[in-house]
Design a protein around this ligand. Structure first.
Ligand code: KG4
Ligand code: ZN
Length: 341
């Protein structure tokens, strides 16, 4: 079964053809990173306009790369949330039009669950799993009993991990996106040089909060002024974020003792320090650790088409009248889905 995926939830315009939820036949990703670079972050209005400029060509490219025509496709899967509403509207409107014109079923896929599905495109996930989604917009941990059984057990109360990489990089005039820049600098730095500590929530909650790390970073930068060693700072700053994420995963392992695997997802899971360190944690040594390849960590349509296949099998379809959602996270999966076939 062939699913055509479309993803436009943030600043990547992507389209992909995936066979049987497993085999990627094409995965075309256009990142708007360079366009947003000069603003130091994604500008939602510009992101939507750029999707409009490119979506038809990207979808066409995804199809011709596989030598398939729209008639050969079994269903169209599109990200219907969460994300930037203007960007989502471009992808969902395009998908609705294509589905109507080609008479193909339409599937609305939850973007976050699709991130947690990404490792299935490179292997088989052993459940139950803990999934850590770390990106520019999200830092959450999910306890995943099986496919479509997602329970969010922690989220960030303020900034996302990627957001503080980006904000601190912008403050230091290093460029956007900050994550890969800090990652590169950190490789040559001494992570013991500047002192940070792991945040603890005062109410005992296991949610994340990154505002303390951000304030500590700003304090160090202001205090050190011209003496700041940028590589050592990058290494120390990155290291505390990694330790914070890993210590939280460790805590959840003591609660969910049946967990067999850990899944990393989202842009920050490309971080080389995080990818190396997670393999050395002794509490994880009997677990399967899934680190998707870089193109499957960031936003991509292959994960949408991949999970879309399972929506199809379950006959969960997207209603043409239903709009995308920006923040709302549905319980279970799908949202006001209707059976169209
Ligand atoms: O998942 P993503 O492509 O887009 C969304 O936020 O939805 O994630 C982008 C985020 C940015 O904040 C970027 O700085 C961060 O991922 N990022 C990284 C690395 N590569 C991308 N953060 C740390 N280290 C990296 N190597
Ligand atoms: Zn994402």
């Amino acid at each position: 079964m062939l699913i055509l995926g479309i993803e436009t939830s943030c600043d990547e315009t992507s389209s992909s053809v995936v066979e049987d939820g497993k085999t990627i036949l094409s995965n075309i990703i256009f990142s708007q990173e360079k366009i947003h670079h000069k603003y130091g972050g994604v500008v939602p209005e510009i992101a939507s306009r750029e999707h409009v400029n490119r979506i038809d060509k990207i979808v066409y490219e995804a199809l011709i790369k596989t030598d398939k025509k729209i008639q050969d496709i079994d269903a169209i899967a599109v990200t219907n949330g969460p994300g930037l509403i203007g960007s989502l509207l471009v992808g969902t409107s395009f998908a609705k039009a294509l589905s109507t014109a080609s008479n193909k079923p339409l599937i609305g896929v939850n973007h976050l669950y699709a991130h947690l599905y990404a490792p299935e495109l490179e292997g088989d996930i052993k459940y139950p799993a803990l999934g850590l989604i770390v990106s520019g917009g999200h830092t959450s941990i999910y306890y995943i009993k099986g496919l479509f059984e997602y329970e969010r057990v922690a989220r960030t109360r303020d900034d996302a991990a990627g957001e503080i990489f980006d904000k601190i990089s912008k403050y230091l005039d290093l460029g956007y996106p900050g994550g890969p820049i800090i990652d590169r600098l950190a490789k040559e730095g001494n992570s013991e040089r500047y002192r940070f500590s792991i945040p603890r929530m005062s109410d005992g909650s296991m949610d994340f909060s990154f505002s303390g790390i951000k304030s500590a970073a700003l304090r160090i930068i202001k205090h050190e002024k011209d003496n700041l060693n940028i590589k050592d700072f990058a290494a120390s700053f990155q290291n505390i974020i990694i330790d914070y994420l890993l210590s939280s995963l460790k805590s959840f392992l003591t609660i969910h003792k049946d967990v067999k695997s850990i899944i990393l997802a989202g842009g920050v899971s490309r971080n080389s320090g995080l990818r190396e360190k997670i393999k050395t944690v002794k509490e994880f040594k009997n677990l399967n650790i899934y680190l998707p390849s870089p193109a499957l960590c960031t936003d991509n349509a292959a994960m949408i088409a991949g999970l879309g296949y399972h929506y199809y099998i379950r006959k969960e379809f997207f209603d043409l009248k239903t709009p995308p959602y920006s923040r709302f996270e549905p319980k279970g999966f799908g949202r006001r889905a209707t059976n169209l076939i």
